[in-house]
Design a protein around this ligand. Structure first.
Ligand code: ADP
Ligand code: MG
Length: 584
């Protein structure tokens, strides 16, 4: 039997297309605001309720849509922005596919009110699940308002995929943040559940827009950048190398005002800051690259955040150079703690003998090795038994020979010598200690003399509010302090040092985009411990070495740092003597 082949009806086509383009409320927000920007608006208001799932409103004072084209605007592939394929090469508007309104209307209840300057009245149109329910003349100001209610009401599968209200709100906040930063000439008003989250001044000053949407702390650490190349221009702000975040979330790049993600550019930024920031830390930047649109291809993905460059190498080189030169001009060299280092160097280390005699049964640490030249140095890494015996013997008698390369402690113990990576060892100890404190809810906090109000970006604020309990458990005693702010009264003491607020940012960055916060939490602490640990190259005095060794024996194998690097290297006397041919 032949199956009948039929054309899908428009409603079905639009619903399928919506699946690709409209992923969640934030996609609706992005499309609607981009339309407002394309319409030349100078004031754009976004209002959302319940994470945008129930209600999204975007109002603008742009050119509006002529009465006779209102219905057409909701048809698939209808756009006023390009007329032929050739226009794609010079595209500067944000939209051009003519799909957004059709897609949104297919999967929600949409109402649009719009008027152009040369019409005396406006039009109101209501579309439910792609079907026009009502259209009438109304009185309204010039511009367009689109209200989207009950997104995905007719696509249950999509509905199920939506995240919590705050998770969806965070994504929307990110969308409007990105659009506000690329359009400092537009006033953006953002309202969530009847509260004004931010308003940007729209006075063309990027610095003012940054100040309105990001936190003050970030702003204070930014350097202005403006560099011209032969046929490219880069402008915006980059952070001083000592101001970093835990991920690339705040590396915001635009190409001709369009937010993009591009590996080449990320690499160029990373390269420019190389050796100035520590590994796995990312400087902040808000940069716009102006380039001839015909040398780019933005049409690689419907969500349009990817971009291809015709002259990839040149773009990468230009961005790299611009950042390096700006950093040089600013002559911001990460502040080395010179004073602290000097203090340590004054402490002269001499070999110190702890044990009076070699008592007890000497234990063979490595018993069953084939002796070869290469096996002379045996890394105690995975072998738990050997590590346990090291720990056992450690608790008895040992001799500290000293420290080499300001990094490794040398111990003599029975028939072996041990090299201990002090940094890795310390890191492991701190990690264990702090983890236990968190588990026991016994993190010591210190009351601040003056409570500190921490202003955050809306995304960070939502994340923090949602996880307030966790922060309290960590020793940060804080309360909500109105929109985008918390007041901190107590901070945790880690190793006797009160923590600063950068710890909060680090944890937030770690949590971001991670549903499984609990699983990642330990890692955050490990990283934190890492930072607090003695840096390799720091010279330790004997008292410090002794303390470290004493504490090491409280560990259970594996003897690795929280990141898996080994702590101890062993050399047996037997192997050494064998090497020098003293024994056979
Ligand atoms: P695209 O933006 O890709 O052209 P859309 O489906 O988003 O496609 O919009 C279709 C058309 O509707 C646009 O090309 C534009 O002419 C009109 N339009 C949509 N939103 C607005 C708005 N806020 N102001 C003026 N015109 C609009
Ligand atoms: Mg559009």
């Amino acid at each position: 039997m032949n199956k009948k082949i039929e054309m899908l009806d428009n409603l079905t086509i639009n619903k399928i297309a919506a699946g690709e383009m409209i992923e969640a409320p934030h996609s609706v927000v992005k499309e609607l605001i981009e339309n407002s920007i394309d319409a030349g608006a100078s004031i754009i208001t976004l209002e959302i309720k319940e994470g945008g799932k129930k209600y999204i409103r975007v109002s603008d004072n742009g050119i509006g849509i002529d009465e006779e084209y209102v219905e057409q605007a909701f048809m698939r592939h209808s756009t006023s922005k390009i007329t032929s394929i050739d226009d794609l090469n010079s595209i500067l508007s944000l939209g051009f596919r003519g799909e957004a309104l059709a897609s949104i209307a297919a999967v929600s209840q949409v109402e649009m009110i719009t008027r152009t300057a040369d019409q005396a009245h406006g039009v109101m149109i209501e579309i439910v699940g792609g079907k026009i329910e009502a259209a009438k003349k109304v009185g309204c100001p010039v511009g367009t308002t689109v209200i989207v209610k009950n997104l995905f009401f007719n696509t249950p599968a999509r509905l199920k995929f939506m995240k919590s209200n705050s998770a969806e709100t965070m994504k929307i906040s990110k969308v409007i943040t990105l659009l506000s930063l690329s359009n400092p000439g537009i006033t953006f008003k953002y309202i969530n559940n009847n509260e004004i989250i931010f308003t940007t001044p729209g006075n063309n000053a990027l610095s003012q827009a940054i100040l309105s949407v990001l936190d003050k702390d970030t702003f204070k650490n930014l350097i202005f950048l403006e560099e011209k190349g032969t046929d490219m221009k880069l402008s915006g702000y980059i952070s001083q190398p000592n101001f970093v975040r835990g991920n690339r979330n705040l590396q915001i790049i635009y190409v001709n005002g369009r937010y993009i993600k591009n590996k080449l550019i990320s690499e160029a930024i990373g390269e420019a800051y190389k050796e100035k920031v520590i590994i796995n830390r990312y400087p902040v930047c808000i940069l716009n690259l102006n380039i001839d649109p015909s040398e780019t291809d933005i049409n690689v993905h419907p969500s349009k955040t990817e971009i291809k460059f015709e002259k990839e190498g040149q773009v990468q080189e230009f961005i790299y150079k611009s950042i390096v030169e700006t950093l040089e001009k600013d002559s911001v060299i990460p502040k080395l703690q010179v004073t602290e280092h000097k203090c340590r160097e004054e402490q002269i280390s001499e070999p110190m003998f702890i044990s009076s005699a070699e008592t007890g049964n000497p234990k063979e640490i490595v018993e069953d090795m084939d002796i070869t030249e290469d096996a002379m140095i045996n890394e105690i890494d995975e072998d738990y038994t050997k590590q346990s015996s090291f720990l056992d013997t450690l608790s008895s008698q040992y001799k500290i020979i000293g420290q080499i390369f300001n990094t490794y402690i040398i111990l003599e113990k029975e028939q072996s010598i041990y090299l201990i990576d002090q940094h890795a060892a310390h890191e492991r100890l701190l990690y264990n200690r702090f983890l236990k404190e968190i588990e026991d809810e016994s993190v010591v906090s210190q009351k601040l003399v003056e409570a500190k109000v921490l202003e955050l970006s809306n995304e960070d604020y939502i994340l923090l509010s949602d996880n307030m309990d966790l922060f309290i458990k960590l020793g940060f005693h804080m309360e909500d302090f109105g929109i985008n702010a918390v007041i901190i009264r107590e901070v945790p003491m880690i190793l006797g040092k009160p923590q600063d607020f950068s710890f909060i940012y680090e944890i937030l960055d770690e949590m971001r985009g991670n549903d499984n916060i609990a699983g990642h939490f330990e890692d955050t602490i490990a990283k934190k411990a890492c930072k607090k640990a003695i840096k390799a190259k720091d010279k330790l005095d004997h008292y410090e070495i002794k303390q470290l060794i004493e504490e090491l024996h409280t560990l259970v194998p594996p003897l690795t740092c929280p990141h898996g690097r080994p702590i101890i290297l062993t050399m047996r006397q037997y192997d050494i003597e064998k090497h020098f041919k003293r024994i056979q």
